[in-house]
Design a binder for this molecule. Structure first.
Ligand code: F6P
Length: 552
């Protein structure tokens, strides 16, 4: 089989590189002044969700050239292969079918003779029954008291999605059960959480695709010991306090979890794409099954849009292309995710995994080293908090940091003028990054404030903003389950399209393995002073230092 040329050696890539050089000195300020319809032309909709790309450093020609790149990378072909359930995760020989998790009831998807939609809806039905049993108190703890606390234990994709979504949807949460999350193997995490719970009324939800992840299994064992300690070491019925969520359904049984207390998902659901599956149990428990299904419906609406809309109006495709333009042609190393909604405070950590674990790769899907940058460094904080922390660097730092501003038009907690103030800030930030402030404007402002010539000369350089920094604005009607589903699916598909263009496998994560592997012998050495494995002098020195100190 002859391989396609690396994407950076295609005519489409070269045309973009030439276009980037030719337009280097163009300022968006002038483009807005020249074309009053710029916002209308470069903002796009899917239902009530608006994606404004008018403050990206692009014009009609850039968009055309980027669309050529998408065609050269066969984005539509890869999309269709993904949606059909082909094993596009070639290093693990798996499909990436998270879109099947949000198919409506009666949806149609058969892969290798298996009715995937029926599988998904069967498990959703079981999830609903378990949630009803927990909420209605027909499933109780050993002492027959109903559960009041649920502690969800997982890490990475088995934690970040539910944590992010529940935080986003506090306005939808049902009373009666407190939901906690424990992810870190640092004992502080579980110790602090257990201090808020009573053993008799606590249900532990162990979420792990593999059910072998060290952090999660260690926390689960500690939870089991805690229960036994609190409720009597002889209790044999402790499994009543455990629910498992896994794709490796044989393994929870080895831990002691009963088969009927395991919700299943499948190897074709990537960990960082799994909040729509059984891993979403804490979300569904928190907001109820109906609202969880609304979240799935929102994601499905975005899936339909992604699958059927021409590339030049397709939100995930256009958003991805703007990102590729920033990373590869404007040299932007980072993407700031800036939600103007306190509920979305966990969005940036969630997208860090979704984006950086998917596209932070060094070889293409055929194993060839990449000659170009891939995934940006993703970071972020809710506005306006970030404005008073790191925005300084966004506005006047030397590098192009692309920004995604995300804002709901309506607050779930409307109080006085708070929301108008929030919106004023997000709109102003995007405007400031785009416009900047020239030296002449800075001087004029200082003079108007009464500064003398010396002060003007001294301060003006510090008050100049280059502007022309790219940002995307995403507006939602409000952060409710449906629109949160749309928003997350938008990002998932954006990441997918970028992976397709960069020719990487967005669904494996070999880069997380080496550290895990090396931690094993080190743990042996920390546990048993007679063991000594060979290391570099830094690692050996640190181990020796740790061994010489009391650690508990
Ligand atoms: O270490 C990375 C990773 O494999 C993620 O991809 C995954 O989401 C996380 O660990 C947790 O894995 P599991 O769900 O199997 O416990």
């Amino acid at each position: 089989m002859s391989l396609p040329p690396p994407i950076d050696q295609t005519p489409a890539w070269r045309a973009l590189a030439a276009h980037a050089t030719a337009t280097r000195n163009r300022h968006m300020r002038e483009q807005f002044a020249k074309d009053p319809a710029r916002f209308d032309k470069l903002s796009f909709r899917c239902g009530n969700l608006l994606l404004d790309l008018s403050r990206q450093r692009i014009d009609d020609e850039t968009v055309e050239l980027l669309l050529d790149l998408a065609r050269a990378a066969d984005v539509e072909g890869w999309r269709d292969r993904m949606l059909r359930g082909e094993p596009i995760n070639t290093t693990e020989n798996r499909a990436a079918l998270h879109t099947a998790l949000r198919l409506p009831a009666g949806g149609n998807l058969t892969v290798d003779g298996t009715d995937i939609a029926a599988l998904v809806h069967g498990e959703l039905q079981r999830m609903g029954e378990i949630i009803a049993a927990v909420r209605e108190g027909t499933w109780r703890g050993i002492t027959e008291k109903p559960f009041k606390s649920v502690v969800a234990m997982g890490i990475g994709g088995s934690d970040l999605g539910p944590r992010m979504a529940l935080e986003a949807l506090t306005a939808d949460q049902l009373p009666g059960i407190d939901i906690h999350f424990v992810s870190n193997v640092d004992g502080t995490d579980i110790a602090r959480t257990l201090a808020k719970c009573e053993a008799e009324t606590t249900l532990f939800v162990i979420a792990s695709k593999t059910f072998t992840t060290q952090e999660t299994m260690t926390n689960a064992e500690t939870a089991r010991s805690w229960l036994q300690e609190k409720l009597g070491p002889g209790i044999i019925d402790w499994p009543r306090h455990f629910l498992g969520l896994s794709a490796n359904t044989g393994v929870p049984g080895k831990f002691g979890i009963r088969p009927e207390q395991v919700l299943q998902f499948w190897d074709w659901v990537g960990g960082r794409y799994s909040l729509w599956s059984a891993i979403g149990f804490p979300i569904a428990l928190g907001i109820g099954m109906d609202k969880f299904r609304e979240m799935l419906d929102g994601a499905h609406a975005m899936d339909r849009h992604f699958a059927t809309t021409p590339l030049n109006e397709n939100l995930p495709v256009l958003m991805a292309l703007a990102g590729v333009w920033n990373v590869n042609f404007l040299g932007s190393p980072a993407l700031a995710v800036l939600p103007y909604d306190q509920g979305l405070s966990k969005l940036a950590p969630y997208l860090q995994q979704a984006d950086m674990e998917s596209n932070g790769k060094g070889v293409d899907r055929w194993g060839r080293p990449l000659g170009y940058a891939t995934g940006p460094i993703v970071f972020g904080e809710p506005g306006t908090n970030g404005q008073h922390a790191f925005y300084q660097l966004l506005h006047q730092g030397p590098e192009v940091i692309a920004c995604d501003f995300i804002a709901p038009l309506k607050s779930r907690y409307p109080i006085g003028r708070h929301h108008d103030m929030l919106l004023a800030n997000v709109f102003a930030q995007a405007e400031a990054l785009m416009r900047g402030r020239t030296r002449a404007e800075a001087e004029a402002e200082l003079r108007a404030a009464g500064a003398d010539d010396a002060t003007v000369a001294q301060l003006a350089p510090h008050k100049v903003f280059p502007g022309n920094w790219p940002s995307t604005t995403i507006l939602l009607p409000q952060v409710d389950p449906y629109h949160l589903g749309m928003l997350i699916a938008l990002y998932e598909h954006k990441i997918f399209v970028q992976g397709a263009i960069w020719s990487v496998n967005s669904f494996d994560q070999w880069g997380v393995e080496l550290g895990k592997q090396l931690a094993k012998p080190i743990l042996e050495e920390l546990t048993d002073a007679s063991i000594q494995h060979p290391h570099d002098s830094a690692t050996s020195g640190l181990i020796a230092l740790a061994r010489s100190q009391p650690r508990s």
